[in-house]
Write a protein that binds this ligand. Sequence first.
Ligand code: HEM
Ligand SMILES: *[C@@H]1O[C@H](CO)[C@@H](O)[C@H](O)[C@H]1NC(C)=O
Ligand SMILES: *[C@@H]1O[C@H](CO)[C@@H](O)[C@H](O)[C@H]1NC(C)=O
Ligand SMILES: *[C@@H]1O[C@H](CO)[C@@H](O)[C@H](O)[C@H]1NC(C)=O
Ligand SMILES: *[C@@H]1O[C@H](CO)[C@@H](O)[C@H](O)[C@H]1NC(C)=O
Ligand SMILES: *[C@@H]1O[C@H](CO)[C@@H](O)[C@H](O)[C@H]1NC(C)=O
Length: 310
Amino acid sequence: MAAQQTNHFFLSAILLLSIAVVSSKAALDAHYYDQTCPQAEFLIAQTVRNASIYDPKVPARILRMFFHDCFIRNKAEKDGPPNISVRAFYVIDDAKAKLEKACPQTVSCADIIAVAARDVVAMAGGPRWDVLKGRKDGKVSKANDTKTLPPPTFNVTQLIQSFANRGLDVNDLVTLSGGHTLGFSHCSSFVARLHNFTTFQKTDPSMNMGFASMLKQKCPNSNNNGDAGQFLDSTASQFDNDYYKQLIAGKGVFATDQGMYNDQRTRSMIEAFANDQDLFFKEFAASMIKLGNVGVNEAGEVRLDCRKLN
Ligand code: HEM
Ligand SMILES: *[C@@H]1O[C@H](CO)[C@@H](O)[C@H](O)[C@H]1NC(C)=O
Ligand SMILES: *[C@@H]1O[C@H](CO)[C@@H](O)[C@H](O)[C@H]1NC(C)=O
Ligand SMILES: *[C@@H]1O[C@H](CO)[C@@H](O)[C@H](O)[C@H]1NC(C)=O
Ligand SMILES: *[C@@H]1O[C@H](CO)[C@@H](O)[C@H](O)[C@H]1NC(C)=O
Ligand SMILES: *[C@@H]1O[C@H](CO)[C@@H](O)[C@H](O)[C@H]1NC(C)=O
């Protein structure tokens, strides 16, 4: 399949998967599959671990996929630019195939993503939590909602609003942004800060100057195609609090990340997490459970193929 076709295919898969009816109250359960599929979590963990050995990009992509799946659960990600994480969707397919063999028509794709996201965080040295399960997959293949994914150009007010639209507060925003302790960004997501920030300042003044010159070397002009980019913190395969330390040093990759350090509403939390990794881990686990409750659909179906409606 041509690359573009593949991308479209993956995108529609995620899109279909993510569209569900928002129910007012989530009633998910850590023991949801205890009777019906006791081996579910083991099979997912095994698949994720194996895939991550073959491709170290998998953990970050799965974590990001979970964020997107929760945020766009009730909407069509029609023209949203950020769809790179979908490249790890084959891991969800592999887990689904194993689960359909072990316990047919039982474990939803949305639950597989939620468990896989917990597993990649734990595998990378982060906290572990009990994943609440019992989500159904969306049945509706078309939605029209104004709430889309936040772009990396949002200011803090817009970020807070975007999270509040899903019932997540400022604390969740700062905490979940710590997901940027894993992974990588392409130039296109931050290049606007480097060469042509405003008429008066070519470079975003909130950036550490050495860091900015380093990024300019990696992304020398406004139209860098291809794979060039930057890891999101200096220990990008390790789940730790380094992301927050980098923000204090002016080395946040996205304007959104750095913006949170420069805003009174969010700065003290960043300082607290930079000083206390255990606190960050504890909060991250709690906020991931909240994120996993966003737009939960209990009235959909259990997909047989995570890319298609039954
Ligand atoms: C607060 C608003 C957020 C914005 C504006 C944002 C934006 C972005 C952007 C632009 C990228 C880079 C895409 C690329 O160029 O390839 C990215 C990557 C990533 N994001 Fe976020 N993000 C946000 C929140 C989150 C949250 C809540 C999580 C998870 C809890 C998360 C996890 C990740 C991960 C793991 C990557 C790296 C993906 C990879 O290595 O392929 N992000 N994000
Ligand atoms: C492990 O991952 C590789 C690469 O994705 C795949 O080819 C292989 O079938 C996987 N093995 C198991 C046991 O899942
Ligand atoms: C997803 O990414 C591919 C290239 O990586 C792009 O061609 C496609 O238009 C993107 N889709 C959306 C909806 O942004
Ligand atoms: C989608 O939403 C836009 C703006 O809210 C509206 O103008 C349009 O008619 C809607 N389309 C559908 C198919 O509902
Ligand atoms: C944030 O962005 C919105 C939309 O562009 C703008 O109306 C608002 O004034 C901005 N807020 C701050 C604090 O910069
Ligand atoms: C900088 O941005 C302005 C406004 O978007 C644009 O007109 C100008 O061509 C850009 N300059 C460069 C060197 O990219």
